[in-house]
Design a protein around this ligand. Structure first.
Ligand SMILES: Cc1cc2nc3c(=O)[nH]c(=O)nc-3n(C[C@H](O)[C@H](O)[C@H](O)COP(=O)(O)O)c2cc1C
Length: 218
């Protein structure tokens, strides 16, 4: 079933060193291409397309309809999506602050009851595996539970060129199989969750409308 998926890029670093800049764009392009090849709609969300300067004011802090246009448009895309691919570099063993900053602009009600896939990369040898571990916690709190398989890409600049195509000499079939496992899990869960969301007599508990204190913990 064709799904509506968003690929969030967690890279805004357009400066060097370290080289190359915006390595994540290669990885996000590779993810987007694979989803499109799978017959899905996949839109790459680039944090540089949003003006997030100035004091932090999330989308849900504005009166209805009063948020800046770019935030409003992205809120609608997040709400309409069936699932998300989260592409993050590893910065000091943590997920990209650019990614969490962008995602934090939207309430969990927009992401909830849809799956996510964690894709990390690095210029070095660990492929962002340590960042991926804390992304599980983060994405779970956001409501878009990560699927169990993950993609980690060490030395991503040696795997993908600037267009997200394999570099010469890379064993593409092997990488394709590795990507496929995670993206197929994402598609399976996205379809299952979409089916459940469309059932009459929705049993989802109410989302927090103001803040997490509505959790009602005793
Ligand atoms: C602030 C900063 C922290 C970094 N921390 C790590 C790290 O903890 N582990 C790692 O493998 N690479 C680390 N790197 C190297 C990145 O993997 C590499 O610069 C990569 O290109 C970052 O992705 P980007 O180009 O999309 O920003 C770090 C880079 C920066 C700029």
């Amino acid at each position: 079933m064709p799904l509506n998926l968003l690929v969030f890029l967690g890279s805004t670093r357009d400066t060097t060193p370290p080289r190359p800049a915006r390595l994540g764009m290669r990885v996000a392009q590779a993810c987007t291409a694979r989803l499109l090849e799978g017959g899905h709609s996949a839109v790459l969300i680039d944090p540089l397309d949003f003006d997030l300067s100035g004091p932090f004011k999330p989308h849900f802090s504005y009166a209805p309809g009063k948020a800046p246009e770019d935030l409003e448009a992205l809120a609608q895309k997040i709400e309409a999506a069936d699932g998300y691919v989260m592409v993050s570099p590893e910065y000091n063993h943590s997920m990209s602050p650019a990614l969490s900053h962008l995602l934090n602009h939207f309430g969990s009600s927009l992401y909830s009851y849809k799956p996510s896939a964690i894709v990390t990369y690095s210029a070095g040898q660990w492929g962002g595996a340590r960042a991926a571990v804390n992304m599980r916690t983060y994405l779970s709190e956001l409501g878009c539970l990560p699927v169990s398989a993950m993609i980690h890409i060490p030395a991503a600049q040696e795997v993908f060129d600037e267009s997200g195509e394999y570099q010469t000499g890379v064993d593409g079939a092997r990488w394709d199989g590795y990507f496929e496992r995670t993206l197929a899990q994402l598609a399976w869960w996205a379809e299952a969750a979409g089916h459940q969301r469309s059932q009459p007599g929705d049993t989802r508990p109410d989302a927090f409308q103001r803040d997490p204190s509505q959790r009602n913990a005793p």
